[in-house]
Design a protein around this ligand. Structure first.
Ligand code: 4AD
Ligand code: MG
Length: 431
């Protein structure tokens, strides 16, 4: 007999099947035993009746401990009370790999312990739901961008130029060429590709030596970075709101069950529709100051300020046109107020903070060179980047959406460490 998977069972009612997987739960009354088996495609309850199975099968069930790997044979039975609509009337049992004192038991464990055992923690129902939602988001991102005519361009992880800020670089020796940096962003490279292909994006892991131990920072995180020729800052925000709405709709449509496992209030997600709210940085500072914040015009907004700005809002908020000094060197100077740059952050509602950072890029050669000098960046490393302004410079914009922050928001989690299988943080490099 070949093996069946749990997701196939509803179409096999009445048939004899053989399943393999792990024991989620087991309990026995002495006459009847219930084994919940999970196999990656779902969970099913297998019912063993002592008088109806062989003695060998019944005795073998002693090995059916939490997280042992097992084989179960039996007949598929329709059962209205079961979540999947089926149960197994089990006749055979085999132990493949004993559970061996599984460290994570159905009780409260501290998060440090769980992170230490992350390779095993992944098997819990909650972690499985998060991974499945993350996967849906990864696919929705690519589907949207292909639908909109974007071409994926894969950018290097080992780079010679600082992408975002000198303060958070991971460095490594690179043969005779000196120091290489792990990419903080693929942006500078997708800008080059946008002059070739029009609409492009990169999608991969990025690295920042963040010394902050916050709920929002990883040292290795995934970012998707669309970049488009002839797109200005306003059109960039419109693209972002359509993008985020699409991602959320896809999760609501395909992953409702997983959102339920996480007890996510889906009405909060259903409310996300374009247009999102918009507010200039200067308006934001005015509003915050009026509400008692000590934020000063010129500095970036902190997490508390961001939370205050979205309070009472159902939809994300764009804060646009930040002061030059608070943002990266490549952003376009605002012709209407040269103290500021044409950029935006997208702040998620419910206090989830910045999920997107985007901007129109400086396309003027002289101004860009001046900014590189002001920031004290090594000019020679940016010569190729300046070439894009020397040869057929063009209006262009783009943005970066952080995958883990987006998953945190959509899943309604407290901390982004659960949104990636093996999180990398300042204090964690294993497992
Ligand atoms: O705002 P950031 O730094 O923007 C850029 O990197 C631009 N080059 C993007 C672009 O215009 N192409 O980062 C973009 C997003 C943030 O909004 C956040 O969602 C996420 O990346 N992010 C992080 N996520 C987890 N851990 C960190 N340490 C993160 N830093 C940024
Ligand atoms: Mg940012």
């Amino acid at each position: 007999m070949s093996y069946t998977t749990v997701d196939e069972l509803p179409s096999k009612v009445g048939e004899e099947v053989r399943l393999r997987g792990w024991v989620r739960r087991f309990r026995s009354s002495g006459k009847i035993s219930f084994l919940v088996l999970r196999d990656g495609t779902g969970e099913v309850q297998c019912v063993f009746v002592k008088n109806e199975v062989s003695e060998e099968t019944w005795e073998g069930l002693a090995g059916a401990e939490h997280e042992a790997s097992v084989v179960v044979e039996g007949q598929v039975r329709a059962d209205e009370r079961a979540p999947s609509g089926v149960e197994l009337t089990a006749t055979g049992f085999g132990l493949l790999g004993p559970a061996g004192d599984f460290p994570i038991q159905p009780k409260e464990h501290g998060v440090d312990f769980l992170l230490e055992k992350r390779h095993l923690w992944l098997r819990s129902a909650r972690q499985i739901a998060i991974m499945q939602i993350r996967d849906e988001i990864m696919r929705a991102i690519q589907d949207f961008l292909h639908h909109e005519g974007f071409t994926r361009v894969d950018t290097p992880i080992l780079t010679g130029a600082i992408g975002e800020s000198a303060g958070t670089l991971f460095e490594t020796e690179y043969f005779d060429l000196g120091t290489a940096y792990l990419a903080q962003t693929g942006q500078l490279y997708v800008e080059a590709a946008a002059a070739a292909l029009g609409k492009v994006y990169c999608f991969g892991p990025t690295f920042r030596a963040e010394k902050s131990k916050t709920r929002r920072h990883l040292t290795e995180f995934w970012m998707v970075e669309p970049e488009a020729a002839w797109l200005d800052s306003d059109a960039n925000m419109e693209l972002q709101e359509r993008f985020v709405t699409w991602i959320i709709k896809r999760v609501l449509f395909n992953k409702r069950e997983q959102l339920d496992v996480l007890e996510r209030d889906v009405s909060k997600l259903e409310a996300i529709e374009p247009p999102f709210d918009r507010m200039s940085y200067s308006e934001a500072v005015e509003l915050l100051t009026a509400n008692g914040s000590d934020v000063e015009w010129g500095s970036d907004l902190g997490a508390t300020d961001e939370a205050r700005l979205v309070e009472g809002r159902e939809k994300p908020l764009f804060v646009y046109d930040y002061p030059k000094g608070a943002k990266a060197f490549y952003m376009k100077e605002n012709p209407e107020d040269p103290r500021t740059v044409k950029c935006n952050d997208m702040l998620a509602p419910e206090g989830y903070g910045e999920v997107i950072g985007g901007s129109q890029r400086e396309d003027d050669y002289d101004r860009l060179l001046e900014r590189i000098r002001e920031e004290g960046l090594p000019e020679s490393s940016y010569d190729w980047y300046l070439d894009l302004r020397r040869h057929g410079t063009f209006t262009h914009s783009g943005f970066g959406l952080g995958v883990e922050r987006t998953v945190t928001w959509i899943c309604g989690l407290d901390h982004l460490r659960e949104t990636i299988a093996f999180p990398r943080m300042m204090t964690r490099i294993t497992p």
